[in-house]
Design a binder for this molecule. Structure first.
Ligand code: DGL
Length: 256
């Protein structure tokens, strides 16, 4: 049981940013990552469709007898985490939500921008978070951003142009914090930071990995197999797996 796999799920390559952090915190674990790249992005889809895709994706992990699951996607968490938790009440399942709380506390007189997918922003989970920490946060749906990351174009003139289109209107304001509310967006952080050099960027990677570690620790489920392993799977085949590897490597030399 202890050395069983930990399953990671995302609509595509975004969850690699979370997997990278989990691996950093728990190098002895055996991870299985499944990205549904064929059907990304989930964000613009109706909720019933997102739920059906999540059910199919998570089934693939469950079939492998995973000891825990990380839904490494804010959109999938908002749409499906409660449902899958009710179905498997004994399985540790870690979800994600935009890191609005730390961003809220990092303000010093200025504003917070929340950049997330359309679905994340419109579902009720986010409404509750906004009621607690939102104040008058600026909400921006990141139309087109997931597609750019999925195409391996996170650092490209197209990505910069898209970011400018989405975030440019707020450049004249005092923005203290930007929440990257989608696991694909950490791959765009350079471009976002260039637009707002003074803002602190927040995402849920570290907290999610720490939560997973805590759940495994308290259940005596930490692996003692050294070193651990990573298995990558995709609904879209080898090109997406190559991209996952490249993105994983790009985070090795991240300085934040
Ligand atoms: N990585 C997913 C998230 O965190 C992207 C969602 C999508 O496919 O639109 O929300």
């Amino acid at each position: 049981m202890k050395n069983d796999l930990i399953g990671f799920f995302d609509s595509g390559v975004g969850g690699i940013s979370v997997l990278h952090e989990a691996r950093r915190q728990m190098p002895n674990e055996n991870f299985l990552f499944y990205g549904d790249n064929l059907n990304a992005p989930y964000g613009p889809r109706p909720i019933e469709e997102i739920r059906a895709l999540c059910a199919a994706g998570l089934d693939r992990l469950l079939e492998r007898g995973v000891k825990a699951i990380v839904i490494a996607c804010n959109t999938a968490t908002s749409a499906y985490a409660e449902i899958v938790r009710a179905k498997y009440p004994r399985l540790p399942i870690v979800g994600m939500e935009p890191a609005l709380k730390p961003a809220h506390f990092a303000r010093h007189g200025g504003e917070v921008i929340v950049l997330a997918t359309e679905a994340t922003l419109r579902l009720s989970k986010f409404e509750k978070l906004m009621a607690r920490y939102g104040d008058d946060a600026i909400l921006v749906a990141g139309h087109g951003l997931v597609e750019l990351v999925e195409a391996g174009r996170a650092r490209s003139p197209e990505a910069d142009a898209r970011l400018l289109e989405l975030l440019g209107p707020y450049r004249g304001r005092q923005v203290d914090a930007i929440v990257l509310g989608c696991t694909h967006y950490p791959f765009l952080r350079e471009g976002i930071q260039r637009l707002f050099p003074q803002a602190r960027l927040f995402d849920g990677r570290e907290g999610t990995a720490a939560r997973l570690k805590y759940l495994l620790d308290t259940r005596g489920l930490r692996s003692d197999a050294a070193p651990g392993s990573i298995e990558l799977q995709s609904s879209a085949g080898t090109a997406s797996i190559e991209l996952m590897r490249a993105l994983m490597a790009s985070l090795d030399d991240e300085t934040v």
